[in-house]
Design a protein. Structure first.
Length: 98
């Protein structure tokens, strides 16, 4: 139906509009390259432990933005740590009918 593609294209456009220089995330390695994403290792970026995975994707929104990222490590914000945020996440989830 194209909904996923529309969402990712909108997200890329919105990130550009907001002035972000790059996008990094974990996603399906055979799906996201069609939107311009590459494996993060191509920019010399690994996860916080120095590992790389095909699903770790990156896209420069500004040409050359990641040129100095060689040896960089991606560290997620604590908000994504379930052990630190389990209670808050459960409270948030109560706001959804399901």
């Amino acid at each position: 139906m194209g909904i996923g593609g529309a969402l990712i294209r909108h997200s890329i456009a919105e990130a550009r509009r907001l002035g972000y220089g790059a996008i990094l995330f974990f996603g399906h390695p055979s799906y996201y390259p069609q939107f311009g994403f590459k494996q993060a290792v191509e920019f010399g970026i690994t996860d916080c432990n120095g590992n790389n995975y095909p699903s770790f994707m990156a896209m420069e929104l500004v040409n050359g933005y990641l040129k100095n990222a060689q040896g960089g490590r991606f560290v997620e914000a604590d908000i994504y740590n379930d052990d630190l945020n389990r209670i808050q996440a459960k409270e948030f989830d109560k706001g959804f009918v399901g």
